[in-house]
Design a protein around this ligand. Structure first.
Ligand code: DX5
Ligand code: ZN
Length: 215
């Protein structure tokens, strides 16, 4: 059974407390928090004060996805804000090994996200140091985009790499996840499914989460 991480980017920010409480009461496992800086990606999402507000209500681990340049600047800050998983982009890190060590030294799980064009092989030399790989199944920056089908192959290739290296890395899929692709992703090796629009735009979000948990 995969973990489900509803993406708060798709929540109603005028009713953020209500939507966070819905996640608390649902079968979801983590809160997925998208931080965008308008430089690494062509959009700005929300920052520290909003994360603080989420953290005050959230009763499940915060899975923070940094879509920002030079993420090392904020690792301590996100640890202080209660992140359990901190994911940086491979494409945004010159010294990825150092960045991951720093995240772990702050007591968080260290994640690496790969853009759709980045092959999983780039992680061959470091996979044992990575707690979670987030495969982007859309181009990062916006919720509500269509799932990129080549993600199935990438998921299987990543799973093979993790097995070959004897690593314990979790595989997370982020972008365009729905009940149409969840089962195939899990079969290919996904451990965590992020879902934004599919959950929050649904008529019955807790039931939608429950359905995703059953795949
Ligand atoms: C995209 C974000 C995703 C996004 C997913 O840049 O990283 O987490 O919120 O939203 P949906 O599920 O709507 O594609
Ligand atoms: Zn994300």
């Amino acid at each position: 059974m995969a973990k489900i991480a509803p993406s708060i980017l798709a929540a109603d920010f005028g009713n953020l407390e209500r939507d966070c409480k819905m996640v608390n009461a649902s079968e979801a496992d983590w809160f997925h928090i998208d931080i965008m800086d308008g430089v690494f990606v062509p959009n700005i999402s929300y920052g520290m004060p909003v994360l603080k507000a989420i953290q005050t209500v959230a009763q499940k681990p915060l899975d923070v996805h940094l879509m920002i340049v030079d993420p090392d600047r904020y690792i301590d800050t996100f640890a202080d804000l209660g992140a359990s998983v901190l994911t940086v982009h491979y494409e945004a890190c010159t010294h990825l090994h150092r960045t991951l060590q720093k995240i772990k030294s702050c007591g968080m799980l260290a994640g690496v996200a790969l853009n759709p064009h980045t092959p999983v092989d780039v992680l061959e030399a470091i996979i044992q140091e990575v707690d979670l790989v987030c495969l982007m199944s859309v181009n990062p920056g916006f919720g509500g985009q269509s799932f990129i089908e080549t993600t199935y192959e990438k998921t299987a290739a990543l799973k093979a790499l993790i097995s070959k290296k004897g690593a314990k890395t979790q595989i997370e899929i982020d972008g365009g996840v729905t009940n149409q692709n969840a089962a195939t992703l899990i079969q290919a090796g996904a451990d965590v499914l992020v879902a934004g629009s599919h959950v929050f735009k649904a008529e019955d979000p807790p039931a939608t989460i429950k359905t995703l948990k059953r795949f």
